[in-house]
Design a protein around this ligand. Structure first.
Ligand code: NAD
Length: 300
């Protein structure tokens, strides 16, 4: 679809693994998209696909109906909101900010409140589905904030995702995402354990995966990440460093509410072990390397 200025303008901030694909899908849907990233090459790449370059978060939002951020962690989102040339001092024209990064729910609620004080509505809308979901505009988007702000953001979400749910007030999107992440982490750990036991027992791991996918042990992780785990492929998709960031946020929230999460604590420590071996930039499926070490076996 060609660009349709009537459709609206998006200021998109953060053009990494996920943000690049999401911004491309907004362009494909016909939106005008102004892009900003601290990496200039990331901006140039998107400009090559029809986006317009911005020199700061404020510049990206200047003419935008909505400013969207897709950044690594809480400090980067705070930088984009509170920093010099940030959205607090220079709000987007449409006075709507959507943070699709996974960050602290506490920080997210603070950002909502501070932006509300200057007349900007905010939505926290983290995503699940990985780089493939981002590329295929098939993300699951979990949104927190006021209903009218969600309604304004929803058409933009439709260009990036398929399961789009308003899950509650400010910060609720982040909390739902943290629930998602603890399941992902523990599920990867369960797959590592099944593969380690199968390998030590001389079972064909491809066949094991196929059998498991046909029964009650089937999962998104086994389906999408299982092949890389069996092949010993550590290539990044969702980095171990980012998974550790999410598991830390899960545990901060759980401790603040006195909710014991023993399985999350265990898998978090295994990811810490992986990072201590210099593996933080590997994809999170590469938790299998911890199991390689524990079983003293190289990946097959
Ligand atoms: P990434 O590190 O690949 O991309 C982040 C981008 O933000 C980079 O291009 C970086 O240069 C840019 N950036 C950093 N600081 C900035 C700043 N101050 N101003 C402007 N740009 C800045 O990360 P990603 O994998 O795209 O993940 C983004 C978010 O989405 C994270 O919160 C992550 O947890 C979440 N997420 C990732 C995946 C995944 O599979 N990669 C899946 C779901 C959710």
């Amino acid at each position: 679809m060609g660009r349709n200025d009537q459709l609206g303008t998006v200021g998109f901030i953060g053009l990494g693994t996920m943000g690049r694909e999401m911004a491309l899908n907004l362009l494909k849907a016909g939106y005008r998209v102004c892009v900003y990233d601290v990496v200039e090459a990331a901006i140039a790449d998107l400009v090559g696909h029809g986006a317009e370059p911005a020199s700061s978060p404020a510049d990206a939002g200047r003419d935008a109906d909505i400013a969207i951020a897709m950044l690594p962690d809480t400090p980067e989102v705070e930088d984009v909101v509170y920093g010099k040339d940030g959205l607090l001092t220079s709000p987007p024209r449409g006075r709507l900010f959507v943070d699709m990064s996974t960050i602290s729910p506490v920080a997210s609620r603070r950002i909502h409140a501070d932006l509300a004080n200057v007349g900007v509505a905010a939505i926290d809308a983290p995503v699940s589905g990985g780089p493939v979901g981002a590329k295929n505009a098939a993300l699951s988007i979990m949104a927190g904030g006021e209903a009218d702000a969600f309604a304004r953001a929803e058409p933009f979400f439709r260009a990036m995702g398929t399961t789009i749910t308003h899950v509650g007030a400010a910060g609720a999107g982040q909390t739902v995402k943290l629930c998602n992440q603890l399941i992902c982490g523990i599920n990867i750990q369960a797959i590592c354990e099944a593969l380690a036991l199968g390998r030590a027992s001389g079972i064909d791991l491809e066949q094991l995966r196929n059998v498991l996918l046909g029964g009650s042990a089937a999962s998104w992780m086994l389906d999408r990440l299982g092949p890389a785990m069996i092949a010993g492929d550590t290539a990044a998709g969702f980095r171990i460093d980012l998974m550790l960031k999410d598991l830390r946020l899960v545990q901060e929230q759980a401790l603040s509410l006195s909710v014991p999460l023993p399985a999350t604590a265990l898998v978090t420590n295994q990811y810490v072990e992986a990072r201590a071996h210099g593996e933080g930039t590997n994809g999170n499926q590469a938790l299998f390397k911890v199991y390689d070490r524990m079983t003293n076996q190289a990946a097959t």
